[in-house]
Design a protein around this ligand. Structure first.
Ligand code: A2G
Length: 364
C-alpha cells in the first residue's frame, strides 16, 4: 500500500512471542528503555508493538475501545507519548472480527472508523489486524474496510494484515496493507522456522516497497534454539525482506542475542532500498542456496545447511546471473570481513550444521 510507510520492511519489537497476554505498561516502558540502552533502537528497531490483550473486555458506553485499567492504567495515549519522546513509534493490535484471538477483548468488525479514529487520537503508528472470530465474510472485504478507515484519519499508520488462510493474502493484501502473514504462528523451534521459510518463499514476487510478506515475528533470544540456529533464522528473515520484529525480552537479552539482532550488515540487507525478496535457488540433501538482488548491482547470498553435519556449499556466478569471469568483492556479513576482493566463477564455504554463511557480492 502506498501510504508512505514501510518503504523498507518494518523493524521493532512485539509483545506476543515472549509475553503473550502477560503485558502491562511498566513492562512495555522498561522494554522501550532497553531498546534504547542496548542500541537496538539506534540500528532501526523503532516500532514498539502491543499485541493481543491490551484492552478491556467491553467497549465504553459510547462504543469506544479502552485500555485495560488493571494493566494499562495510564492509558495508551500516555504510553504513546512515552514511546514518541524516545524517538520510537507505537503499534497496537485489533481484529477483523467480534473479538480477538485471545477472546479477552473486542474486535473492530463494525467499528472500523471509530477504532481507527481512536488509534489516531492516541498517536498509534502501526496496527496489526488479526482474523479471529469473524462473521465468515471474505477477508478482502473486512481488511479493506479497516484500510480505508485508517487512510481517513490523517495519520500515517502502518497496516499489518494477519489473514493467512485460504485466500492467499499475497495476491491481494498489498492493495490494502503494508505487510501480510503468509503462514500460521511461529514457535521457537528449528522445525517451525524451516517450514515457515519455505512457505514464505513461495510468495516472493509479491513483495516490494510498501508491501511485504510476513513470516511472523522473530524468536531470536527466546531460548528454544542454538545460536547457530538463531543466526540462520535472522539471516533468512533478513533476506526474505521480512518485518524484523524482535520477540524476546530485550531487558534480559544475552550479549550473543544482541549481537545477532544488532548485526548492522545483515540489517542493511533487509533494509536495502531495492526491496526485492531473496528466494531459494537450490536445495539438495538439506544444503541450500538462497539469493537475491540488492541495490548498486550487488547480490546477497545465504548458504544454509539444514543437515546434521558440517558440509561444503557452493554458489556459482551463473547461479546468480553473473558472467563466470566477472570479478567480485565478497563480504562475509557475519564475520565482518572480506573473503576476497577479486573472486571469479564460484564461492564455496564449509557451513556448520543448522548454520549459514551470508555474503554480499559486489561485482565491479
Ligand atoms: O493471535 C493470532 O494467533 C496471531 N496469528 C498471533 O500472531 C497473535 O497475535 C495471537 C494473539 O492472540 C495470526 O495472526 C496468524
Amino acid at each position: 500500500l502506498a501510504n508512505g510507510v514501510a518503504r523498507t520492511p518494518p523493524m521493532g519489537w512485539n509483545s506476543w512471542n515472549h509475553f503473550q497476554c502477560n503485558i502491562n505498561e511498566s513492562t512495555v516502558k522498561t522494554i522501550v528503555d532497553a531498546l534504547v540502552s542496548t542500541g537496538l533502537a539506534a540500528v532501526g528497531y523503532k516500532y514498539v508493538n502491543l499485541d493481543d490483550c491490551w484492552a478491556e473486555k467491553n467497549r465504553d458506553t459510547r462504543g469506544n475501545l479502552r485500555a485495560k485499567s488493571s494493566t494499562f492504567p495510564s492509558g495508551i495515549k500516555t504510553l504513546a507519548d512515552y514511546v514518541h519522546a524516545r524517538g520510537l513509534k507505537l503499534g497496537i493490535y485489533s481484529d477483523a472480527g467480534y473479538m480477538t484471538c485471545s477472546m479477552t477483548m473486542p474486535g473492530s468488525l463494525g467499528h472500523e472508523e471509530q477504532d481507527a479514529r481512536t488509534f489516531a487520537e492516541w498517536g498509534v503508528d502501526y496496527l496489526k489486524y488479526d482474523n479471529c472470530y469473524n462473521d465468515g465474510s471474505k477477508p478482502q472485504k473486512r481488511y479493506a474496510r479497516m484500510s480505508y478507515a485508517l487512510q481517513k484519519v490523517g495519520r500515517p499508520i502502518l497496516y499489518s494484515l494477519c489473514e493467512w488462510g485460504q485466500e492467499n493474502p499475497a495476491k491481494w493484501a498489498g492493495l490494502y496493507g503494508n505487510t501480510w502473514r503468509t503462514t500460521g504462528d511461529i514457535n521457537d523451534t528449528w522445525a517451525s522456522i524451516t517450514s515457515i521459510a519455505d512457505q514464505n518463499n513461495i510468495w516472493g514476487r509479491y513483495a516490494g516497497p510498501g508491501k511485504w510478506n510476513d513470516p511472523d515475528m522473530l524468536e531470536v533470544g527466546n531460548g528454544g534454539m542454538s545460536l547457530e540456529e538463531y543466526r540462520s533464522h535472522f539471516s533468512i528473515w533478513a533476506v526474505m525482506k521480512a518485518p524484523l520484529l524482535i520477540g524476546c525480552d530485550v531487558r534480559s537479552a544475552s550479549k550473543e542475542t544482541l549481537q545477532i539482532l544488532g548485526n548492522k550488515e545483515v540489517i542493511n540487507v533487509n533494509q536495502d532500498p531495492m526491496g526485492v525478496q531473496a528466494r531459494k535457488l537450490r536445495s539438495k540433501d538439506g544444503l541450500e542456496v538462497w539469493a537475491g538482488p540488492l541495490s548498486r548491482k550487488r547480490v546477497v547470498v545465504v548458504l544454509w545447511n539444514r543437515g546434521r553435519s558440517v558440509a561444503p556449499i557452493s554458489v556459482t556466478w551463473r547461479d546468480i546471473g553473473l558472467s563466470p569471469y566477472k570479478p567480485v568483492v565478497v563480504r562475509d556479513l557475519w564475520a565482518h570481513s572480506f573473503v576476497s576482493r577479486n573472486k571469479r566463477f564460484r564461492l564455496t564455504a564449509n557451513v556448520a550444521p543448522h548454520g549459514c554463511k551470508m555474503y554480499a557480492l559486489s561485482p565491479y
